[in-house]
Design a protein around this ligand. Structure first.
Ligand SMILES: C[S@@+](CC[C@H](N)C(=O)[O-])C[C@H]1O[C@@H](n2cnc3c(N)ncnc32)[C@H](O)[C@@H]1O
Length: 257
């Protein structure tokens, strides 16, 4: 979790703040990422996610830790159940790409007090300097997705992640000011096929836009094909070579009214 902790410092969360966390899932940023500890008992963390199962896991951990300044709530970034200017800061890790970004950022700004900030740490598009499928092991593994893209006369699968420039523009259009951002890369290992599908296809939803172009049965067949390909690729390339640098952005903007 060192990058989540680095984000916490970079974005400027301080003890005693009232912080809203979005897309908290089971609490990777809230707990291991250090958000709850940083804010501490003189502040408050409200962490929101649409997935009830994730929130239940997060709540179990919260009560084991006894962090009574942290609470979890079901909700979506686009429609936040809070009054205007309720928080000093609204932050989140790896959730923005799942949202309707313009609506989500406007809501995040609305619930932040004047002088407070909105900050996100999010994966960004591979199609910039670091094309995902240039790694030969991934080209072989994800060949069925490439074939699908070619059948639609596109040169590569749509990855649906936005570029840092597009995210920056959405921050500005939502009315956030003093926007600053920094790019970094996280080292991601591609372990056994079932885990890769769980993490990248079902979890991160890396190619969900591409997969959404085909009917459900064809999608399931394609995922099965990816799993079979994965077994061949994993027997061919050692684990040390099955590594991809994922581009990420830390971005924040200030609220002024
Ligand atoms: C990859 S997980 C992020 C996990 C966590 N923040 C972390 O630090 O690892 C993405 C989360 O975003 C949530 N999500 C999806 N759509 C959302 C929305 N519209 N608003 C807020 N969260 C959303 C998902 O339920 C999921 O738990």
């Amino acid at each position: 979790m060192p990058q989540r902790r680095a984000f916490l410092d970079w974005v400027g969360v301080r003890p005693g703040m009232r912080v809203l966390e979005l897309g908290c899932a089971s609490g990777a940023f809230t707990f291991e990422g250090g958000l709850a500890e940083r804010v501490g008992p003189n502040g408050q963390v409200i962490a929101v996610d649409p997935a009830r199962s994730m929130l239940a896991r997060a709540e179990t951990r919260r009560s084991q830790l006894g962090y009574n300044w942290v609470s979890f709530l079901q909700g979506r970034a686009e429609d936040l159940p809070f009054a205007d200017e309720s928080f000093d800061a609204v932050v989140g890790v790896a959730f923005l790409h799942f949202t309707d970004m313009p609506r989500a950022l406007k809501e995040m700004r609305r619930v932040t007090r004047s002088g407070g900030f909105v900050g996100c740490f999010n994966p960004v598009s591979f199609q910039q300097e670091n094309p995902f499928l240039e790694h030969s092991f991934l080209r072989e593994w994800f060949a069925p997705l490439q074939k699908l893209a070619l059948s639609r006369h596109e040169d590569r699968p749509r990855d649906f992640l936005s570029s840092p420039d597009v995210i920056h523009r959405h921050f500005a259009e939502a009315g956030l000011v003093d926007i600053r951002r920094t790019l970094l890369e996280s080292r991601n290992l591609f372990p056994e096929p079932a885990k890769v599908l769980d993490i990248y296809i079902r979890g991160v939803g890396l190619f969900q836009e591409e997969l959404a172009t085909i009917p459900w049965k064809a999608r399931e067949d394609l995922i099965a094909e990816l799993e079979a390909n994965g077994r061949i690729v994993c027997s061919k390339y050692p684990e040390s070579e099955r590594v991809v640098l994922f581009p990420q952005v830390m971005i924040s903007g200030v609220v002024r009214r």
